[in-house]
Design a binder for this molecule. Sequence first.
Ligand code: G6P
Length: 610
Amino acid sequence: MCGIVGYIGQQQAAPIIINGLKRLEYRGYDSAGVCIVRSPELDIAKKAGRVVDLEANVDISLLTGTTGVGHTRWATHGIPNDVNAHPHTDASGRIALVHNGIIENYLTIKKKLVAAGYGFRSETDSEVLAVFIGMLYDTLGDLESAVRTALSEVEGTFGLVVVSTVEPDMIIAARRGSPLILGIGNDEFLVASDASAVIAHTRQVVYLHENEMAILTRTGFTTKTIANVETHSVIDEITFELDQLEKGGFPHFMLKEIYEQPMTFRDGYRGRLLIDEGNVRLGGLTSVVDKLRSAKRIIFTACGTSWHAGLVGEYLIEHLARIPVEVEYASEFRYRNPIITPDDVVIAISQSGETADTLAAIREARLRGATVLGMVNVVGSTIARETDAGVYLHAGPEIGVASTKAFTSQLCVLTQFALYLGRMRQLGLEEGKNIARALDAIPDQIHAILEKADVIEAIAKEYAGVSNILYLGRGVNFPAALEGALKLKEISYIHAEGYPAAEMKHGPIALIDENMPVVFIATKDESYDKILSNIQEVRARNGKVIAIASEGDDHISALASHVLTIPTTHPLLTPVLASIPLQLLAYYIAVERGCNVDMPRNLAKSVTVE
Ligand code: G6P
């Protein structure tokens, strides 16, 4: 969602804010703006488009001042244009704010403001909040009180930062539902949507809690609840390095992240895997071991790519631990009055740890008495903090909007979790060792697949012009097919669908002709022969087949137009290896089509609105 950066200190604020916004652009990128406090005025520049478009249109060096805020937007209310871009000001132009989230009752507040004679320039809910704060300031004469009073009337979500000429040496930040962190420097402070925008200045951060406000000055900060109760903040350390936020010589973050997977996958099991014991040590779960031992059911809840990981988790856990598993779209879960008992373990899977639907789902599960766990990548994120226990992915910052390395790290953690549950139950030592050894072989196997990227690039060139692609797989490879299709549609805008291969004959087969390529995950496992029959059915209708096959499978090359081979692994780990060529295929097709791979249209990396 939107990215927010605020600065107060001794240095010029504008360049710091602009650089911070560039780091946050993966959150939203349809317009950008800054506001610098140059008492008695606010200097505001905003522009539809990316941060570079703002820079091209505004001489940032003319925006002088040591306090300011910036914003990069993912539109909710009103189209992405200059007027709807943030910051927004109150009627007097003395107070400016940037906002991430949705003010649900903005129309009610707007009606009151219109009746009181206020006018509006933009279509946004955020401007309504700015004008509302301004009106309250006129009555209360105190900015902090005005912000607090406004926020206590607001329904919805916000990550909010306010600057003003009435309090030029103060920034007010507040959060409900949208993350905000404070960066603690020496006589300078930042506030941002995530750590990537502050790491160039400080590694010391404070994660604001739900319904918390922060008042930042040049010399210090205080935190309190929106209800005005002082809170105690803990200073944390950022755990990643600045160079992890750079492209490191790759043309796109997505490609860099695809290539990082041998390392990120290993980081997901380093220090956890006990090969000789055929088991794992998951330190983050020690407090809930008894709950896990007695769990009658596991429910995964997630969105997007993370939901696909949950589907793979279902196969893993049911096979290795024989515990029933359900996988729920987080957005559906909470609204369908789910049946949850205290014997259920509900697990949120999330790269960002901030996805609003997933967060709402685990809150619902907790309310109904379940043990709630997290499998999250971003350390200190809201889901990580709101779960009883969990396992971090350790994939490092993922910047490309289409998730790649976080997905394979999710599979890494899920495999270990299934192994852990299995070994607590009926899974024998030898099978445990097989899984552990297979997991430990994956990084080198991913590396071997990446070495053949040029073959995939050549195939991508051939298929870049198509309008539809079907992805088929069976068993544990069905979710891998879904994820392959999602990758392609996210970044290339080609329509793609994933199906269980056997379902093809119940509908999708009607679509197949010479213009419909079909990607099959056809590795040598128990459903191999059945998949070959499905391939024959496609060929009989002149469809083109791209097969992801096991190394050494000579038979399949006679049937498929193209074969991409992957090394042999334990059948339950095939989705990890199958994902790599599918990620590369989507990437190279999108590049060939001239798409902005890292910032696909309409998408955002971290979806903090419902
Ligand atoms: C957005 C992203 C997807 C991601 C999904 C869930 O839609 O564009 O790539 O899979 O959110 O995000 P999470 O951070 O919870 O894994």
